[in-house]
Design a protein around this ligand. Structure first.
Ligand SMILES: [Zn+2]
Length: 341
């Protein structure tokens, strides 16, 4: 709006101002729909991966400037619109808000995870019940249908260095927590939940790191240095190239997917423990630090690429899968769609 337009608002009477805001809100929803359909198309083509983002959510935050919450609502609403096209009218007219659409989509996703998938008809029926409901009312409504509909966890920034994690524990987890406390009671006689969680994470991370980086007994047996590398402090690597099977193979099969511990460490250090996928257009580097795999790049393993540091990089699993799919055509790597919700 120009400053003249802002000035002119002051001259409007109450009726005119009301009409102005109503029209603007309608326009806002119209533009929101354009964003949602745009996001839907980006996700369908998985362009966010090509552009160097690890998720559609990350693209919304870092590429479009939305807050975390705004991004999450838009991503979820875009998916609801994909699955239940009839929700378009509700969003356009404002009978269902973006928040409620996002809550509904998350609910359907959680239900499907628990093998209670809704049919399209079932989704439409439920959405009818959510007309003109607030977020809070929607939460109550969804909770009535399924006690698990409550968000299972919430992460809230408390200070720049602190986050509050709220998690709902089921009976199995409560038991596991008690068992861990009992086993750790020598180290933490009066451990708070924070201390117990810290120790549990350290122990588990160390165990996983040894397993994934192969820094355990086998490495020691081969005379390799089994101590932790300087910087992967706590790498959790999902290795698409398993180290256990090819390790036994020798002779003509030497050029296998086997990657030595030393090579893994070198690649990890060089790539800074983060996804090294780069968008060829913008040169944006992904940098995701979760679910990393060792990716044969630039020459794929299937094209004779060697398992040496120069031909390896760290890649977020969806980027690894995306590139493989692009390279080898029609085959759809199941990992690519695994992260759609
Ligand atoms: Zn990545």
């Amino acid at each position: 709006m120009t400053s003249t337009e802002v000035e002119n608002l002051r001259k409007l009477d109450s009726k005119e101002l009301r009409s102005f805001v109503l029209t603007s809100a309608q326009n806002e929803r119209h533009h929101m729909m354009r964003v949602l359909y745009g996001l839907q198309e980006i996700e369908r083509k998985r362009l966010h991966l090509e552009w160097g983002f690890s998720s559609l959510h990350q693209f919304c935050v870092e590429g479009l400037g939305y807050s975390e919450g705004s991004a999450a609502r838009r991503v979820q609403a875009a998916r609801l619109l994909r699955d239940v096209p009839e929700v378009k009218a509700k969003l356009e007219e404002g009978t269902i808000s973006l928040s409620v659409a996002a809550q509904a989509q998350s609910f359907f996703y959680r239900e499907s995870k628990m093998a209670r998938s809704y049919t399209s008809e079932g989704k439409r029926e439920l959405l009818e019940k959510l007309d003109h409901k607030t977020s809070r009312e929607t939460e109550v409504e969804l909770l009535k249908l399924s006690p698990q509909a409550l968000p299972q966890e919430r992460l809230r920034q408390v200070t720049p260095e602190h986050q509050e994690l709220r998690v709902i524990l089921d009976a199995e987890m409560i038991q596991a927590l008690e068992d861990f406390k009992a086993l750790a009671s020598h180290q933490l006689p009066n451990g708070t939940h924070q201390e117990v969680l810290r120790l549990a994470l350290r122990t588990a991370t160390e165990a996983l790191r040894k397993k994934k980086l192969g820094a355990g007994r086998k490495a020691q047996a081969r005379g390799e240095n089994a101590s932790a590398p300087q910087s992967p402090k706590n790498p959790v690597i999902h290795n698409s190239t398993p180290t256990t099977v090819p390790r036994r193979i020798s002779g003509p099969w030497r050029s296998s997917r086997f990657i030595s511990v030393a090579t893994k460490r070198a690649v990890w250090e060089r790539d800074g423990g983060a996804c090294a996928y780069v968008d060829p257009e913008t040169q944006r580097r992904c940098g995701a630090k979760l679910r990393l795999e060792f990716d044969h790049h630039p020459v794929p393993f299937a094209r004779g690429g060697k398992s040496v540091a120069q031909n390896l990089r760290l890649a977020y699993r969806l980027h690894n899968a995306y590139e493989a799919e692009k390279m080898f055509g029609k085959y759809r790597d199941p990992r690519v769609n695994a992260g759609t919700c």
